[in-house]
Design a binder for this molecule. Structure first.
Ligand SMILES: Nc1ncnc2c1ncn2[C@@H]1O[C@H](COP(=O)(O)OP(=O)(O)O)[C@@H](O)[C@H]1O
Ligand SMILES: [Mg+2]
Length: 512
């Protein structure tokens, strides 16, 4: 025994002596506060005199929060997680930094939450660095005009309401009108376009998000897509930070010179989460009980989408925010705010949806304010379609009263009906620019006018099936943004005429 004791003594004494010798006395100030009260999604804390606005705070159970209301002797904190474990009297500590999110190439193909944690059982996320979720938008002088199209693969959008890279185009409509479908089609269509996509789900049912992810996986789109999801049952704080976090991920890629497409599905739920937080933090409610800064939370988000100039590597973020209207009321508070912030909107009408006109885009109420300049030049040869369609919609209303129509009006109406038929498109069936031009040019030149309306879809499918017969030089010219020459148009129409011949109504067929 004594031998052992001796041995212990010498070795541990020397260690302790060594430690005492090398001990540097330094004080590390830590600012710790106490929780005063907790309610759904927020907490009030006291005792953090130096806390900064939007500083990240950590509670003793590990939960994080954002300091959001700084009063003289208390701080209102947005909680980033479930508050069930938090109670009055708990300690809370400053972290000295703002909320951030991991960014990097490792995020591509992953499904994460707004805290950067994996939701896809593929282990932790590999990232390059962390970026704050709130970053100032690029200065005006860093930006350049929208000049490259973002093809959605959807005829009615690419031809009539074109979107450019760096544009912000709102998609709005009542529930179940196909808003998500348009956004997903657009993501799927980027498979060969060198565009990184980010789908940010905010406040949707988990089953709806799962369906979107399954679609993206099945079509191979996860190879260039990041999904960031804040589900319906997440705390309002998590839903509130989701789009900002997603945008920081997008900015990482944009600042590397990449083109990025980001979908916010949807900002109605985002506005509601923010309203919930503001009311709980006792901020004064305004119109529809939204707080005074509801416009600002969306404008500062969407201002971050832009096209950078070549000095900054020329990357871009195209934003497709989605808004759900109620009873087709596009003049309520949040939709009008968003309409004024964005560069145009695609309005989906439940009436058209019921009539089976899918995608249910109401062309008259939709607009793209900057995309026209970026549209592929070949679409110029079918620019008249929009006007013809507008005339048709106006005349159609009159025609319903049973008015006798002169020959010309009748023709315009028959032509318009065929335009509507041709603009219909199933979801998940994106078309290339050449395929669209083939159909729409035939349409515009009246090749479909003598085909009975019920055969139009068959005729269109036949055109699409044979679209490879268009000479590849013409197809290349279309994609490389060259105008169609008269010869090109003639050549395309010659092909179309042959393909469409079997569908044409024979004038004297009754007498044969
Ligand atoms: N172009 C389309 N063709 C056929 N079905 C469509 C089309 N667009 C949407 N749908 C269907 O309509 C339903 C509602 O679409 P969804 O995109 O979920 O609506 P929202 O996001 O507006 O609530 C879905 O079942 C979807 O499959
Ligand atoms: Mg949806």
């Amino acid at each position: 025994m004594p031998v052992l004791e001796n041995h212990l003594e010498t070795s541990s004494f020397s260690k302790i002596a060594h430690a005492v010798e090398n001990f540097n006395f330094s004080m590390q100030p830590r600012e710790i506060g106490l929780v005063i009260s907790v309610s759904t999604g927020i907490a009030t804390v006291s005792g953090l005199p130096n806390v900064g606005f939007e500083e990240l705070l950590q509670f003793q159970n590990g939960l994080f929060g954002i300091a959001y209301n700084l009063d003289e002797d208390e701080v209102g904190v947005i909680l980033l997680g479930k508050n069930s474990l938090l109670k009055a009297g708990d300690e809370v500590e400053r972290t000295g930094r703002v909320m951030d999110i991991p960014v990097g190439n490792g995020l591509i193909g992953r499904v994460i939450n707004p805290l950067g944690q994996s939701l896809d059982n593929k282990g932790s996320v590999h990232y390059e660095k962390r970026l704050p979720i709130e970053r100032p938008a690029h200065a005006i002088m860093n930006r350049s005009a929208v000049s490259v199209p973002l093809q959605t693969g959807i005829k009615v959008i690419d031809a009539l309401i074109p979107i450019g890279r760096g544009q912000r185009e709102l998609i709005l409509g009542d529930r179940q009108t196909g808003k998500t479908a348009i956004a997903i089609d657009t993501i799927l269509n980027q498979h060969d376009k060198n565009v990184i996509c980010i789908y940010c789900a905010i406040g949707q049912r988990a089953s709806a998000v799962a369906k979107v992810i399954a679609n993206l996986q099945e079509k191979g789109a996860m190879e260039y897509t990041v999904v960031l999801a804040a589900e319906g049952n997440d705390s309002p704080g998590i839903k509130y930070i989701a789009p900002y976090a997603a945008t920081s991920i997008a900015e990482y890629f944009m600042e590397k010179g990449k083109d990025v497409l980001i979908v916010y599905d949807d900002l109605t739920h985002h506005a509601r989460a923010y309203r919930e937080l503001s009311l709980l933090l006792r901020r004064p409610p305004g119109r529809e009980a939204f707080p005074g800064d509801i416009f600002y939370i969306h404008s500062r988000l969407l201002e971050r989408a832009t096209h950078l100039n070549d000095k900054l590597k020329g990357g871009s973020i195209t934003a497709l925010p989605i808004i759900e209207t109620e009873a087709q009321n596009i003049s309520s508070y949040i939709p009008t705010n968003l309409i004024s912030i964005t560069d145009g909107q695609i309005y989906l009408s439940p009436k058209l949806f019921e009539l089976g006109v899918l995608p249910a885009v109401d062309v008259g109420k939709s607009v793209s304010r900057v995309g026209g300049k970026a549209q592929l030049a070949a679409y110029r040869s079918i620019a008249r379609l929009k006007l013809e369609f507008a005339q048709f919609e106006e005349l159609e209303t009159f025609a319903r009263f049973g008015t006798r129509l002169d020959e010309n009006t009748g023709k315009t109406i028959e032509h318009g009906k065929r335009i509507r038929e041709c603009l219909k498109q199933e979801e998940l069936q994106q078309l290339t620019a050449s395929e669209q031009i083939l159909v729409l040019l035939s349409l515009k030149e009246g090749l479909l006018d003598s085909i009975p309306i019920e055969k139009i879809k068959m005729a269109e499918n036949s055109l699409l099936k044979n679209s490879k017969t268009i000479p590849s030089e013409i197809q290349k010219r279309i994609i490389s943004n060259e105008k169609l020459s008269d010869e090109d148009s003639k050549m395309i129409l010659k092909f179309a005429e042959e393909i469409l011949a079997p569908f044409q109504e024979k004038p004297n067929s009754n007498h044969n």
